[in-house]
Write a protein that binds this ligand. Structure first.
Ligand code: NAD
Length: 341
């Protein structure tokens, strides 16, 4: 795979075991990139770099379509087998972020929690998206809010009515976003089926909400109208696309399609796929707007209305032009970028 990106910064610290990669896409457009910090095991540094680059590029699509005056970036921390001092590890990473002098602004992502970001924040001013609401991880909450708005718009286009009540929704990945999404959709009257590779997470949430629980290997054996993938990427592949029973796919997981051709296949199967960089933009919109000092309520309204109308426009254009949604959305992002040159 050929990787093209403006900047990659790598830090190895023997003492703490930190191996961190920060990828910055289109850094000169605004002088700063925003994106979360991911913490997970990787088979090799090449795989970690590839992930950071792909994720940073996906962040640029979100920042452009979210009209955020920042470009996309991503940090990947290669999770070691053992960390003897996690606080020292995170502080070392915080100093690495600080050393970039504001070129990279970060927050939570898969594998990191708010407490981690607060530790990093003791060493760097370039973090955003921390909670203001007691007891709630606001960034993941706002990501889930954006997924809900995108889902409502998709339902409106597909079924002619934006009420989610009584629709069967499968959520895979009951982590930070999946958990909030499950609670929000439950309040809207959806019939939920929850799944996680850590079964206990899905079971616990299903028990709280009176929802169904299913093991990940069985998700293609049951019926549901909406599939909300909220775990990791590259889940839709040439070998499983025929098995998807859903009419709508709308979830927070980044880079959901194994390759670009899958979007066309989903379109050919009459599945309305909401590009992940639209469905999951709520978190980065929250982090960027708060970084620039926007009031909390303004951010909440912006996420709901912006994600809803963007999704509606993309789905409408896709229907009219008979072109897959990702292609339309990428085109929109490119046009916005060219408009800024
Ligand atoms: P998380 O680490 O808190 O949760 C992910 C969950 O998915 C975990 O419970 C994990 O056990 C589960 N999982 C992993 N592989 C699975 C599989 N194959 N099947 C079922 N479950 C599986 O992560 P998160 O912060 O909730 O993010 C979820 C996704 O959304 C990630 O792809 C992330 O990049 C993306 N995202 C998150 C945010 C945010 O605000 N947290 C913002 C934008 C995008």
């Amino acid at each position: 795979m050929i990787l093209e990106i403006d900047e990659i910064h790598i830090k190895h610290d023997r003492e703490t075991g930190l191996i961190a990669i920060i990828a910055l896409d289109k850094v000169n457009e605004y002088g700063a990139c925003i994106g979360g910090t991911r913490f997970m095991p990787y088979q090799s540094i090449e795989k970690a770099i590839e992930d950071a680059v792909c994720l940073a590029k996906a962040m640029s699509l979100k920042t452009r379509l979210g009209d955020l005056n920042l470009s996309g970036g991503k940090a990947v921390l290669m999770k070691p087998k053992v960390i003897t001092d996690k606080v020292a590890y995170l502080k070392t990473f915080g100093r690495f972020v600080e050393s970039l002098n504001g070129k990279f602004i970060t927050g939570c992502d898969s594998g990191t929690i708010e407490e981690d970001i607060k530790i990093m924040a003791s060493e760097t001013q370039y973090v955003s998206g921390l909670s203001t609401t007691h007891g709630r991880d606001d960034m993941s909450y706002f990501t889930a809010l954006g997924v809900t708005s995108a889902m409502q718009a998709a339902v409106k286009i597909k079924f002619g009515n934006d009420a989610l009540k009584d629709l069967r929704v499968l959520i895979t990945g009951i982590g930070k976003v999946g958990y909030y999404l499950a609670h929000t959709l439950h309040q809207l009257g959806c019939k939920l089926i929850l799944s996680d590779i850590v079964s206990e997470r899905a079971k616990l949430c299903a028990d709280q909400l009176g929802a169904e629980h299913i093991e990940p290997e069985n998700i293609y054996d049951i019926d549901y109208e909406i599939f909300a993938p909220c775990a990791l990427g590259k889940i839709f592949t040439a070998s499983n696309v025929d098995k998807i029973p859903a009419e709508i796919i709308c979830g927070s997981a980044n880079n959901q399609l194994e390759n670009k051709a899958i979007d066309q296949t989903l379109y050919d199967h009459n599945i309305c796929y909401i590009p992940d960089f639209i469905a999951s933009m709520g978190g980065v919109v929250y982090a960027a707007k708060r970084y620039f000092g926007a009031p909390f309520s303004e951010v909440e309204n912006y996420i709901s209305s912006h994600v809803y109308s963007l999704t509606k426009d993309v789905c409408t254009m896709s229907k009219k032009q008979k072109i897959p949604t990702s292609f339309i959305a990428q085109q929109l992002a490119t046009n916005i970028g060219q408009g800024r040159l």
